[in-house]
Design a protein around this ligand. Sequence first.
Ligand code: ASP
Ligand code: MG
Length: 433
Amino acid sequence: MLFSSFGSMKVFKFGGASVKDSSAVRNVSGILSMFHGEKIAVVVSAMGKTTNKLEEIVAAEQRHDKKTFDALVDDLYAFHLEIMADLFQERHYAAYNAVEEIFEILRARFNQPFPENIDFEYDQIVSLGELLSTQIISAFLNEQGHATRWADSRQLIRTDNRYREGNVDWKKTEELIRERLIPAFEHNDILVTQGFIGATGEGFTTTLGREGSDYTAGILAYCTDAESVTIWKDVPGMLNADPKHFENTVKLDQISFREAIELSYYGASVIHPKTVKPLQNKGIPLYVKSFLQPEAEGTVIQESTANDHLIPSFIVMKNQVLFSINRRDFSFIVEEHLSDIFKRLASLGVKINLMQNSALNFSILADRSKTDPKKVIEQFTDNYEVRYNEGLELVTIRHYDALTLAMLSEGKETLVEQRTRQTARLVLKEKTL
Ligand code: ASP
Ligand code: MG
């Protein structure tokens, strides 16, 4: 047992929306008060839309656009300073110094020659959002009487040097976490650390991919054999559809790890897809709860599949393009053609959302925003004819029933339909009058 001296611990993750201003940060402190005396690793994202801002800052730096760079940095600085002014009665010198220092690092980057590897530069800058948020929040929690310590996730999470999408070195990470994070709980109840970031063996900061803070929570839980992970969100739990696009969504009370992985594979954006697997491996339950109603049940993701079928869930991906590929000589599409087709698509970096074949045709569906039809046609022009149809949507329904199918395809033309026992997928086109 890892926690012989004080039992087990929990991992909480607070995303950008849950720390977007000073009252949100106060709310986080309130939630932690409900768990007084427990050992909790708190993983925090950058505040509000900070990560997007930092991405713009990298772009301005790359363009050598000093004016925009300065204006964006000033804005971000004012944003964080205002939150601190609201949170701290008196000037909290340690927090202010830490924040000043991070902004100095940010400003100084403009004067360095822009590195050849833009992803490297991206990670050095974009990671600062989480460093800012955790400095402010851990200082505030301490002031509120929580025994809190700030922990640097670059000392805990080791990745390779694939910047912008670091791959975790699990063995080393587990070692670092056992050596550094777990002992720190002896004298603290709460350790606040950054989501989304890690470091290479040489000590350069990396990021784990956008929205990667959930993944950080999963990594920490796996490596500490945590009792549970809770992701605090602005929705009551995992819903059966995206509430931004559908009314009358239903909360899923309990689903299996498998189901959560399937849903995120098909494009549900509630949980970062890499998060669930490590938790499943160790049977660590994952709670999704509302930071606005922390007492409410939320969703629990766990081993049992018993409840998965109770409610149909659906995921809609808009702006899809359907390519239909056939041989110029009208020969059958056989295995060697398929492997040739995949090779060509891979060379273009096309990500296939769905595929289907018939005797003479091979069809694939992709995101239009990431796929240029002209390039696809060009790539195939020697031996194949390619046609395409855009403005489509892909609907995936898990545990479908007739009612849900009818509701989602109403008024639309179905171009492709695929069904397995648990999943129906429809490619739909708005009917034109
Ligand atoms: N701050 C990062 C992002 O917005 C990571 C996260 O929030 O999970 O992508
Ligand atoms: Mg975020």
